[in-house]
Design a protein around this ligand. Sequence first.
Ligand SMILES: Cc1ncc(COP(=O)(O)O)c(C=O)c1O
Length: 621
Amino acid sequence: MNKRIIITGGNSRFGQELKKSFSGKNIIYTTRKDLNILNIKSIEKCLEKHKPKYLIHLASLSRPMIIHEKDIGSSIDANIIGTANIVKKCFESNIKLIYFSTNYVYPGDKGNYRENDALKPVNNYAWSKLGGEASVKLYENSLILRLSMTEFPFVHDKAFKDAKNNFLYRKDVIRILPKLLDEKGIINIGSNKSESIYSFAKKTQPNVKPISVKSVKNFPVNSSVNINKLQKVLKNKNRKNFSKMTNSKSDFSKIIYPAGPSVTQLEREIIDDMMRFGWDNYDYVEKFEKEFANYHERKFCLMTPSCTMAIYLSLKALNIKKDDEIIVPDVTWTATVSPIVELGAKPIFVDVNKNDWCINTEKIIEKISKKTKAIFAVDLFGNMPNMEKLKIISKKHKILLLEDSAEALGSQLNGVKAGKFGDVSFHSFHRTKTITSGEGGVLLTDNKKLFLKAKLYRDLGRSEKNSYIAEVASLKFMPSNIQAAMAYGQFKRLKELLSIKRNIFNEYKKNLSKIEVHFNTDNKNVKNGLWATVIYFDKKYKVNIPKLIRFLEKKKIYSREFFRPLSSQPGYKNFTSNKIAKQNKISYSLFKNTLVLPSHYNLNKHDIQKVCSYIIKFVNI
Ligand SMILES: Cc1ncc(COP(=O)(O)O)c(C=O)c1O
């Protein structure tokens, strides 16, 4: 069925934001070059070429508002004549027309306006939009949206303290738009909270100055709209499960990203606090380190600009140097191992276990030599290695145990948290991780001497007594207070975030129960933080993972390959031999049969159902 959509004003601010969320061969964003609303021939040509079912009419003249008073010609052309042209052509081809109007068509004195209330535009801009509405209204197959919409964050430095509105951010409008396409008539769009523009603005623009509407001409004191009709429509759509436009058959569907954060007002407010009071101190760094150490029952925590830096800094503080050897699992992210190489030491690649994807403790023993300084265990995808055994080995051979728990925030082994096991352990707050500060990481340890040394090295080796004196020559690994504020806010939400990750994992498990796949470990001993859901396909399916990834990409579903054995990568060629693929058989076979599923915080049940249905389809082809 034809679901093609043409969008006029593809380069408008709203059009550009829409494009980031929805794209595909059935959504055509046009600019004046492709479709000039003042040129009937150009409209005809474009509609003839694409034969859309829907047309979302965004092209208009809006800001600056004053232009509609000063240059009424442009206002009439763009908003009235241009819209009328669009209506005529949609009418001829029976294309569903969705028109973006404004709440400023209402009188703006009492607020809470319903769709059938009397209209009295507040200024020329609103009159021009109402002019457009007038022609749209003649056409039955149309929808007029009267939006009380604004951008995030609030853009002006002044806001009216005595004027009310119920603004909805553009991004929230984009979220509901697909559910409205099949509606007709007029629908108000706004948030469910009517408040002064100043109090609304302050949430995202704390330094905004309050001003009075009395200071300007013709500004409405209350333009809030009643959204009962909108709520009813959305409720009905939800009951029908998922909007027709966003179901798996449509191309007008959400892009499913592999990973991404959940950020709320809490983090914004904490960062805002840092922005106002956090420039002459590292208060958030210190607060975050303290709480993060407490949570992991560790004595010391040091935050760094990334986890990679935390690893490098620790190895440096541990005096790891040229020709030292460190035993590492063959499958992990390169950042576990690149700091070792950077310091001139040698990584020794050991195979992993088939069931938990973590380092094989049996195989470690045979690799221990006089040069071995440490075993670097990795809690891959929140799974946990046999820590008891690793501790015994490290003790017996007097070598260090390092724990890379970058992927295991919230994981527990027999009730003990990932990040507690190593002489030094590490976490990452990369933008894809369970909590994020954009980039960021920490080291955790109970060893005071090591902690103090790492702390000294973290900040150019500067003396505590006189910060202008360098006790040792060192690089700088300081995180910013902004990073720490973000991490602090995210960490406050850890419980909630872990539960979202768990829901995603459970949903995948439910929807993939029909095929034989092995998930991240999550059982009575290992409680997984479930940063990302991962599936290992039974070999009987002979799944070609790169092909599956490409297949999903065509559906706008972005998954990832498993970690490629480091011993197979050019950057590590000096540390491998021809025999390694045979020696590390499990690592190589895991890479061939495993897929990292999209685990973005914004996934809902329907997205996951969609991902799973395509995976099942692919393996059954
Ligand atoms: C296992 C592992 N180690 C280390 C890192 C490095 O973390 P970062 O990106 O914060 O430097 C990551 C994350 O990407 C990782 O997954």
